[in-house]
Design a protein around this ligand. Structure first.
Ligand code: HGY
Ligand code: MN
Ligand code: MN
Length: 423
């Protein structure tokens, strides 16, 4: 897979910085400039308009579907063939950096610009996509847009999802003007490729340039509503309390104990990211807590066992703390393997460019795992600095790391875009 073309690395990096200014904020805790473009927020709308304008400036024909996924299409010499798609997301968590998701969309756009500059045609059409609400940080289920596009989540169920303020996906899509009219069910492309920052320490610690992604680990999210009894912190004897805060804390500690116990192997990851007590005052026993649980493992069976143990523990805590605990499974995806052909071509492209690479399983969820249900799909990881920290304004991949990912994406894209078979 001898490289015939290369992307313009500085142009790619500049496009990441430009998009990173949309929804930028001064993070008071790190002193860094972070990004907050929660799905379907005004900032997300501005980011979307910016990327759609960049797609059109690169000569792409843009369509937006009913869940707000956007697709920029470049004609192929045989335009009737199924396209090769490159994509990811541009929505972010509330305390994000500039690379998560954006690298995959903007590297895809840079590949198109580089093909345009070289007047390089491809047999198949090429599409650059961004999917809606990949993070799940606002509407509580991840990969929403790509899950709707590939049929895992029905459109009407997606529309009805509400954020903590009670705003629905449908209302918020209308508010930013991105509830398109294209059919949300995607015609499966010939192949789907996603370049993404690793968001972890593995590649950087190994001095690797490229991650050949084997698949995505299994993910399970719960939303907990814990109802106890608000009471005076000074006058209420401990024996009369129904403390929702203690119940949440016991579950959080149990998550850590489950990991430390080794009963679920060495790779269980468990997080209580949301812990929202009400009324949240110094002298009131919290009568109500909304909390989240995020557990992940590369092995489906192990994750299932961990979830079953947790459900039993919720019952135990409810009994002992005299609270009620209702839980809702808000996300559940299995381990998803990526296509051997993509893995092999990523490896060959990295080899041909003299790039160090290693195989890796993704700790984070990605749109590629939804696309893998309907077509040949795979990912290209690039390392990040500071232990690959992500979902944090400190997230940083260097211009060289991003350019390496963009060049491997270009090479693998061309290998799929020029092949006729498997129309
Ligand atoms: O949660 C995840 O793994 C992804 O960032 N949505
Ligand atoms: Mn991401
Ligand atoms: Mn993310």
């Amino acid at each position: 897979m001898k490289p015939t073309l290369s992307i313009d690395g500085p142009r790619l990096y500049a496009s990441l910085q430009a998009l990173g200014e949309i929804g930028a904020y001064e993070d008071p805790y790190s002193g860094l400039r972070g990004v907050c473009r929660l799905a379907f927020s005004a900032a997300d709308g501005a980011g979307r308009r910016h990327v759609v304008a960049e797609m059109r400036a690169a000569g792409l024909e843009v369509t937006v579907d009913r869940i707000g996924n956007a697709f920029g299409r470049r004609r192929g010499t045989n335009d009737a063939l199924r396209p090769v798609m490159m994509g990811s997301h541009i929505d972010s968590v509330a305390t994000a950096g500039r690379f998560d998701g954006c690298l995959g969309v903007l590297a895809g756009l840079e590949v198109v610009r580089s093909l345009n500059d070289a007047k390089r045609e491809t047999l198949r059409p090429v599409v650059v996509a961004f999917f809606s609400e990949e993070e799940g940080a606002r509407f509580s289920t991840d990969m929403l847009g790509s899950a709707v596009a590939t049929g895992r989540i029905p459109l009407e169920r997606a529309y009805a999802l509400r954020d903590p303020a009670g705003r629905s996906v449908k209302e918020e899509l209308d508010a930013i003007g991105f509830r398109g009219d294209a059919d949300e069910r995607l015609t499966p492309p010939h192949a789907y490729l996603e370049c993404h920052v690793e968001q972890g320490p593995v590649l950087r610690a190994a001095n690797c340039d490229i991650g050949v992604v084997l698949g995505v680990q299994a993910i399970c999210w719960h939303e907990l509503l814990i109802i106890g009894k608000s009471a005076h912190a000074g006058t209420t004897p401990m024996s009369l309390r129904a403390d929702a805060g203690v119940a949440a804390a016991r579950i959080n500690v149990r998550l850590r104990e489950m990991v430390a116990s080794g009963r679920f192997g060495a790779e269980l990851r468990a997080t209580m990211g949301v812990i929202a007590p009400h009324p949240g005052l110094v002298n009131v026993v919290p009568g109500r807590v909304v909390a989240s649980v995020d557990i992940r493992n590369p092995d489906d069976g192990v994750l299932e066992r961990a979830e079953s143990e947790l459900l039993l523990f919720y019952e135990e805590v409810a009994r002992e703390e005299k609270v009620t605990i209702t839980h809702r499974q808000t996300a559940r995806t299995p381990f998803v393997p990526f296509a051997d052909t993509v893995r092999a071509r990523v490896d060959a492209a990295a080899e041909a460019r003299g790039l160090w690479r290693q195989a890796i399983v993704s700790g984070a969820g990605h749109d590629a795992q939804e696309m893998a249900r309907v077509c040949t799909a795979g990912m290209i990881f690039v390392p990040g600095e500071y232990d690959g920290i992500s979902h944090n304004p400190r997230e940083l991949s260097t211009p060289e790391q991003c350019a390496n990912g963009g060049n491997v994406l270009l090479d693998v894209l061309l290998s799929f875009a020029d092949e006729a078979e498997g129309a």
